[in-house]
Write a protein that binds this ligand. Structure first.
Ligand code: HEM
Length: 502
């Protein structure tokens, strides 16, 4: 299945490569013009003034794309960046996936790009993605409207009331699914697929309060069809991939639109009613607020669908990789189990329910999650475009150029993390990693577009790990992490799992 996180970022670089391959030949003229413009910029900015970063643009048309992709298939995908940073410095220019681009592996430059003061950058996506997202998607809009939608969603997902409610739902979903895994005594469980079932259920509940049943199955089916087209030829003729995906989007819009309408009617009767899901949060702004800037009603259904994209594959991939790293690090697994068994015992002894704060306050568990996110680099970079010249730290990003802020380079840099390829949750205890937390650790991005699902994701991961390690043991089969075009397990991580409850 095509990955959701591709899209989100627009970014995850491989996502763009298919689009690039099919469109690059039409773009050669455009490229020539861009290269000329870049030369002009080089001449314009003389010594002492901001400079376009050094680097090379590679072959005509394809630039350095082949090298970039080849590195993506190795176990060290950041080696493309490493070889250039050693030659040109931490910020360099190259030409990949059909566009000249400035790549930043510098945590401070990345921070400025993420903060985006003065809206100097806009998100950049390939055409097929833009087409499917709709122009009002949170992933594409900018400025005050973006700020408003982001604030509404972020505020709702962060609220303690929401977290208290969703904790029960996540627990139920995790426990039910885990119990089902042990029924497959003689077959392996493919963690990558199974965790997706858990997180999709949670996501749909978070967004529009739909529980298991026909509607959920419909959403899953149509959503899968929809996201298949995110990376495809940008041709909309009947029979094409894009066309089919647009049709699936129409069906999704129809169904979600119906729910919006029902909720809107209920809200008119009961002004100021409870906010149970993300849809309610958007609707309250749209219907109850008198602010002239309030969210137009017809933005709601589209945005709910588009918010499924970043949430859909990121959390299950983080769960899968946590299982992988823990399977390879028995000492970390023992410590994790010990910490979680203690909490479980407390809860059994007191017959109390778990609170979301119980899960989130286990220090070693949180360190395991941070370390997983650092190494996994599920969203490995973000991709932006500069509508005008931008200067950062003495570098010039010329008007019209794209910038790739590489998170994985920062997460795997020895200057930031000792032995970066070692899974070492203890590094977070020492403060080594926590020191530059805001600049050197950005699995959820930062600034204006900081992932609003950050805390929800950590909560889901905590609950999943708690019930997994306190009630089961498992043996993982040999598998490899693939980093391109997005992070995946080659064999979906097969495990044999048994219950430890007697
Ligand atoms: C481990 C899990 C996750 C990771 C690593 C992750 C990562 C990210 C990153 C890096 C961004 C910033 C993209 C950019 O700057 O262009 C982002 C944005 C976003 N994420 Fe997440 N995410 C995760 C889970 C989720 C979940 C569960 C949801 C849904 C509830 C979600 C919803 C969003 C939305 C709506 C945005 C767009 C925010 C905006 O543009 O204002 N994410 N995510």
């Amino acid at each position: 299945m095509v990955t959701g996180c591709w899209v989100l970022v627009g970014i995850v670089v491989g996502s763009i490569c298919y689009y690039w391959f099919v469109s690059s030949s039409n773009k050669s003229k455009e490229k020539e013009e861009e290269e000329e413009k870049e030369k002009e910029n080089q001449d314009q900015y003389v010594k002492g003034r901001p400079q376009v970063p050094k680097g090379r643009l590679g072959w005509p048309l394809i630039g350095e794309t082949l090298d970039f992709i080849a590195c993506g298939y190795t176990s060290r995908p950041v080696s493309f960046m490493e070889s250039r940073t050693s030659q040109y410095g931490k910020v360099f220019k190259t030409h990949i996936l059909g566009t000249p681009i400035i790549v930043s592996t510098d945590a401070e430059v990345n921070k400025v790009v993420l903060q985006n003061h003065g809206n100097t950058f806009v998100p950049a996506y390939p055409k097929s993605i833009k087409e499917l997202l709709g122009k009002n998607s949170i992933l594409q809009i900018n400025g005050s409207l973006h700020k408003r939608v982001h604030g509404l969603i972020g505020g709702f997902l962060k609220s303690p009331q929401f977290k208290a409610r969703i904790t029960r739902d996540i627990e139920n979903s995790v426990k039910l699914n885990l119990a089902g895994w042990t029924d497959h005594m003689h077959h392996p469980i493919y963690i990558q697929d199974e965790t997706q079932k858990i997180t999709f259920e949670v996501l749909v509940r978070v967004l529009m309060s739909i529980g298991p049943g026909e509607d959920l199955n419909f959403l899953k089916r149509e959503f899968e069809e929809f996201i298949k087209g995110l990376i495809c030829l940008p041709i909309k003729l009947p029979g094409t991939r894009l066309y089919k995906s647009l049709k699936a989007r129409e069906r999704l819009l129809k169904m979600v639109g119906k729910i919006v309408e029902e909720k809107r009617k209920a809200k008119t009767q009961e002004r100021g009613g409870p906010v149970c899901d993300a849809m309610d949060a958007l609707l309250r702004d749209s219907c109850d607020s008198n602010d002239a800037q309030r969210l137009p009603l017809d933005y709601v259904a589209g945005n709910i669908i588009e918010m499924m994209i970043p949430g859909e594959e990121t959390v299950p991939m983080a769960m899968t990789l946590a299982v992988k790293y823990l399977s390879d690090s028995p000492v970390a697994l023992d410590k994790l189990r010990e910490e979680n068994m203690e909490l479980k015992k407390q809860k059994v002894d007191s017959s109390e329910n778990y609170l979301w704060t119980d899960y989130m306050s286990l220090p070693f568990t949180q360190n395991v999650i941070s370390e997983t996110l650092r190494m996994a680099n599920i969203i490995n970079a973000i991709w932006r475009k500069a509508p005008g010249d931008v200067e950062i730290k003495g570098y010039l990003i010329p008007k019209g150029w794209c910038v790739l802020a590489s998170f994985s380079s920062v997460h795997m840099d020895e200057e930031n993390y000792e032995h970066p390829y070692q899974f070492n949750p203890w590094r977070w205890e020492k403060g080594e990693a926590a020191l530059n937390y805001s600049t050197s650790f950005t699995p959820f991005g930062g600034g204006q577009r900081l992932c609003p699902g950050l805390e929800l994701s950590r909560l889901e991961l905590s609950i999943f790990l708690h019930h997994l390690v306190t009630s089961y043991k498992w043996v993982a089969e040999k598998d490899e992490i693939i980093h391109f075009p997005t992070v995946k397990m080659k064999r979906k991580l097969p495990i044999s799992i048994t219950s430890t409850i007697t």
